[in-house]
Design a protein around this ligand. Structure first.
Ligand code: NAD
Length: 425
């Protein structure tokens, strides 16, 4: 029997695709992009919708909906993660693909932007169900992906485990191992050292540079982090290691607070044992709505979109917001934060460490020659701090927000590549 996955309430408070396009329009004015170019960049090159019939453990078949969207390939093959989430939509996937285009261009990587998603609740699925769904999804998009075409990676709800299944499914269909088809793979099958922590490490580098501009050290800064997955958990670990005080943490079930500092290793152990952060000894409970408003120096939303909106941005106490997640600050919230002098380190800059090391993984896979972790981290630091410096310079020269400066650089580069290539035919 075939059943459809039940619709789930969404985390989205606005249309993310409209939000991404409005950010693009704002920067188009700033860099005087001509209308034809704006029209080209405002659309996705390709969006594929697939159905993924999957044998469930009970013997029935569930049909999941999946997407793979390529926004732009003017600068190279498209790159972007795969999200497994019950509330994910095609419009959200398109927005995430567009943000990937800007992120890759800002970092100077030879990639365009893409994103994939499956509407499912991975937490409620068994390992076998997840593997069968992932392999069928890969097969459904097999003609869309490839090392020279479009290269997926992990995102919310996926991890190196899913990347290994994608790598294997693609390779089985080709008849030989294709390391470059996907990044974020486990180390045993061509992953890169430093990839798991790369997004958080990049965010920590960007935060360090921003604090330096304010003449403040990382040591002693009070940090609140929303989301305790790949990005949030590793960011907490890295910043605690650098001497910052982790004041609040959360996952989808809620958060924990201790103004005197949370021990991150204990939080990781508690989450591993109980599945949630709630109840961590020595902490008080906070909701996710409260977490973004706690007293701290730096707020790092590292979960999903729309954590800060027009409803709460005027009450944020942090001096710096580091967008570990993609799209956590809506354009209306952006304006409120800017007016209040809160420095927002935008997603395309702050969480680009992941795609930078994914690029390194792709290069290592193509060459079948693997680097030391110290080399990976040093090269990551070079690229991310270089992009921060360029963005900061434009932010000061043009008196625009860091987001507008980052977008101006990125959109300008994609527009230049598009013009140089010319319009086919
Ligand atoms: P993940 O699945 O590993 O973790 C997500 C975390 O967010 C989990 O702790 C989950 O409990 C929490 N969460 C989910 N819904 C929440 C809610 N409504 N409120 C509070 N917490 C919630 O995902 P991830 O890879 O850490 O990705 C997090 C964000 O970072 C996403 O926006 C993603 O696009 C972005 N990002 C990830 C990478 C990467 O390399 N993984 C790279 C760049 C950007």
């Amino acid at each position: 029997m075939t059943t459809l996955a039940a619709p789930t309430p969404t985390h989205l408070k606005e249309d993310p695709w409209e939000m991404a396009r409005s950010q693009l329009r704002r920067v188009a004015e700033l860099i005087e992009l001509d209308d034809a170019m704006l029209n080209v960049l405002s659309e996705c090159k390709k969006a594929v919708v697939v159905s993924i019939p999957t044998r469930m453990d009970g013997g029935g078949v569930e049909v999941f909906e999946g997407f793979r969207v390529n926004h732009n390939v003017a600068r190279g093959p498209s790159k972007g993660g795969i999200r497994y989430h019950p509330g994910v939509t095609l419009e959200e996937t398109k927005a995430l693909a567009m943000w990937m285009t800007w992120k890759c261009a800002l970092m100077g990587l030879p990639f365009g932007g893409a994103k994939g998603a499956v509407v499912c609740d991975p937490k409620s699925m068994s390992l076998g169900e997840l593997e069968r769904m992932t392999r069928r999804y890969t097969t459904e998009i097999i003609n869309q992906i490839g090392p020279e075409m479009d290269i997926p990676a992990p995102d919310v709800g996926t991890s190196p485990r899913e990347m290994a299944w994608i790598f294997d499914t693609y390779s089985m269909n080709k008849g030989y191992s294709v390391l470059g088809v996907v990044t974020g793979k486990p180390l045993q099958v061509g992953g890169s050292l430093g990839r798991v922590e790369a997004t958080a490490r990049g965010a920590a580098f960007v935060m360090r540079e921003a604090l330096r501009k304010l003449d403040q050290p990382v040591r002693g800064r009070r940090i609140a982090i929303q989301g305790f997955g790949n990005v949030g958990r590793n960011l907490a670990k890295i910043l605690a290691g650098d001497g910052a005080l982790i004041a609040a943490l959360s996952d989808s079930a809620g958060g924990v607070l201790n103004a005197a500092g949370i021990d991150v290793d204990s939080a990781i152990a508690h989450k591993a044992e109980h599945g949630v952060l709630s109840g961590l000894p020595g902490t008080e409970p906070v909701t996710n709505d409260e977490l973004v408003l706690v007293d701290c120096d730096v707020l790092a939303p590292c979960a999903l979109e729309h954590s800060l909106t027009a409803e709460n941005a005027d009450r944020v106490k942090a001096a710096i917001v580091v967008e570990g997640a993609n799209g956590p600050v809506t354009p209306a919230a952006d304006m409120i934060l800017e007016d209040r002098g809160v420095l927002v380190l935008p997603d395309v800059l702050a969480n680009a460490g992941g795609v930078v090391v994914s690029y390194f993984e792709w290069v290592q896979g193509l060459q079948e020659y693997f680097w030391k972790e110290s080399e990976v981290n040093a090269k990551l630091n070079d690229i991310v701090t270089g992009a921060f410096a360029e963005t900061w310079r434009l932010h000061e020269e043009r008196s625009v927000s860091l987001r507008e400066a980052a977008y101006a650089l990125a959109v300008g580069r994609v527009a230049e590549a598009t013009t140089t290539r010319g319009l086919y035919p």
